[in-house]
Design a binder for this molecule. Sequence first.
Ligand code: GTP
Length: 410
Amino acid sequence: MTSKALVLVGGGTRGTRFRPLSLDIPKVLFPVAGRPILSHALSAVATVPSIKEVLLIGFYDDSVFKDFIAESSKEFPQFTIKYLREYQALGTAGGLYHFRDAILKGNPSSFFVIHADVCSSFPLAEVISEFEKKEAKAVILGTRVEAEVANNFGCIVSDPVTKKVVHYVEKPETHISNLINGGVYLFDSSIFDVIRSARQAKVEAANENPLVKNDEVLRLEQDILVRLAETDGFYVYETRGFWRQIKTAGSAVPANALYLQKLFQTDIDAPGLAKASAHILPPVYIDPTASIDPTAKLGPNVSIGARSVIGPGVRIKESIVLEDTEVNQGACVLYSILARGVTIGRWARVEGSPIGLSEHSTVLIKNGVRVQGVSILAQNVAVGDEAHIQNSVVLPHKEINGHVENEIIM
Ligand code: GTP
């Protein structure tokens, strides 16, 4: 039975494209649709009744996940949650190998490995069913993307009938497939044989070549999946559900929209989801401690964090507003992220550009120039009355007056 799920959460030196939002909070704990990114993966795991243990594997300090684990353990009493810390970044497979005894404890017949930075409908039951039907050793979640962007991902070539994976290339130079790695795998314990042989190959390469480091670092994608594709028993389950990566800070905006839409469709009475009205265009999530003036108009796809104050006549659309922010009278916030403690002056305007939910880049071309799709104001930024910020990123504690367009303000 599938009794465990491992979630790769990375560490402080990874996820750099999520800056400046990851300067004060690890990327996987950043809230989208009112809850940490990691929580959405745990909610998916909770839909598999046989899973009794979740192992978060990363190289953040132990203290980073203490509160998250305490709160999530209350929310998901059906499984225990533990954090296993790598002594350094061991890569997406090095940590699995390092903690193999903990992973194999209790003899799980199979276990999930999930990339924490994926925003997805996480069809875990379907992956299990494919695994059982094919008597597989490994199943990878695959998703289709447009051919132009496929080469930015791990590309899968599979048998069109049996769905057996016959070839896997991480970020290929030429187009081989638009079916890509969705960052979710179900493995049986034989994956450790493959990791062991990759490790052995690395030791031998290091013996022969002093430029190859003999360390424990192994990458699931380049070192393991490529080998796995040469064996029997490796299949792909192709999802038609929503999927995108959360890499850049701006990608939190479409992820927020996708998770809000999912919640709205599956549980319209979920706590925090605001009811539709002349001033609320769903889906909108409002923390119960936030204060919203009745003349403010919010939505669609807006999340408002704890203790934030939204003033009269404010307009917010397609944006994430974190805790303790203040948006004053008549201000307008579109396609933007306001981090903790941001203040927006009266009649100010903070705006990014629309990003398609299925687009995989948050950098856009506007009037022939590359621009930041989403405007991002990092924590404690203050925007003056009537100021105008467009397609820009502002680093923490800055004060902005006047007009800023397509800039990074440090
Ligand atoms: P790029 O996509 O190349 O920018 O690298 P990335 O590290 O952001 O992403 P990658 O696709 O390699 O990682 C997938 C998931 O594994 C993410 O959730 C990362 O946080 C996590 N991850 C990456 N490297 C490590 C690692 O060394 N150890 C652990 N435990 N997790 C990792």
